[in-house]
Design a protein around this ligand. Structure first.
Ligand code: FMN
Length: 308
């Protein structure tokens, strides 16, 4: 099926997670059922300046496809220049451009990027039009605004400007990641723009996915739910692993992450995923504490293996 101009094999996607959705993690999720992945947040100002860190974030292996390259900027010209750098580097590897209009963190919003753009609808639409002219589909991720009518108007403006998909996180900028995500406003926008809206917020179980899709959303993005259950995409597809099976998949992941990103980053990512195994069992609190304190991959793997 096609969603937002991208050929996908399902409707449950891995949400963008800055600092987490590095290449090995994207590969893991794509190979374990996610129908689409996102890069980390890439600064267009950084790309234009040839900043090595920003350029490194474009690395992909093709095993993480279909992949949306998530860009941020506070200016349409800089965004488009960043998009041009992406296309020159490895444009053929990305299924779509993503524009971040959702990040609430002050280091991003203080410069007018991320969710600060929610207060600048004209600039937001200019960004979509500019990027769209480069030829790839454009996906935009926004947040709910305080006022529902404003959310509807903002999302509608993006769609009319040419956005192929608008993902709405049902929390406001002020809520950041706290409290419950509001589903009713996402449903209202999805009704207005059928096939164009994806949902984000409190996606933890298959029931959450079913509910969002039932509201008419084209796709659903799993974020923290995917980290606390890395096998949720497979479960959504009706595939279930034993605990030993899950452990061996995570061990394989740690080896691949070590190979691509080095032991430090591999350990950081393993700590994100290991909790899913060490949960709800006798002694699991202590094992999780030990896992979080691990200083090497060998150590965290031996803690997981102890549960076999
Ligand atoms: C660690 C972390 C990093 C995130 N990074 C991004 C990001 O780079 N871009 C973005 O649009 N949203 C980002 N988000 C928001 C998520 O994509 C998602 O919208 C949010 O967590 C709500 O979903 P959830 O309640 O299911 O976790 C991030 C969230 C977390 C927890």
């Amino acid at each position: 099926m096609r969603i937002g101009g991208i050929q996908v094999d399902g409707r449950l996607f891995l949400a963008p997670l800055a600092g987490v959705t590095m290449l090995p993690l994207r590969e893991f999720f794509a190979e374990h059922g996610a129908s689409l992945t996102h890069t980390e947040m890439v600064s267009c100002a950084g790309l234009v300046r040839d900043n090595a860190k920003s350029l490194d974030m474009l690395a992909t292996s093709g095993r993480d496809a279909p992949l949306v390259v998530q860009l941020f900027a506070n200016d349409a010209g800089v965004l488009v220049s960043g998009g041009e750098v992406v296309l020159r580097q490895i444009g053929g590897r990305f299924a779509a451009f993503g524009i971040n209009m959702a990040c609430p963190m002050p280091k991003i919003t203080r410069n007018g990027s991320g969710s600060a753009l929610l207060r600048k609808p004209e600039l937001a639409c200019d960004m979509v039009r500019g990027l769209k002219a480069l030829g790839l589909p454009v996906w935009v991720k926004i947040r709910r605004l305080e006022d529902d009518a404003d959310t509807l108007r903002f999302a509608g403006g993006l769609v009319r400007a040419g956005a192929d998909n608008v993902c709405i996180h049902g929390r406001t900028q002020a809520q950041r990641y706290e409290g419950l995500a509001d589903r009713s406003i996402i449903a209202a926008v999805a009704r207005e723009f059928p096939g164009m809206i994806s949902a984000s917020g409190d996606v933890r179980t298959c029931d959450d996915v079913t509910e969002y899709l039932g509201m008419g959303c084209a796709g659903v993005m799993a974020a923290r739910g995917a980290l606390s259950n890395p096998f949720m995409f497979e479960e959504w597809r009706g595939e279930f692993r034993t605990r030993d099976g899950k452990i061996s998949e995570l061990v394989n992941f740690s080896l691949r992450a070590d190979e691509i990103s080095g032991e430090h980053k591999a350990l950081v990512l393993m700590k994100r995923l290991a909790g899913s195994i060490l949960r709800n069992e006798y002694g699991s609190a202590e094992l999780r504490r030990l896992a979080m304190m691990s200083t090497s991959l060998g150590e965290i793997i031996s803690i997981l293996d102890r549960r076999k």
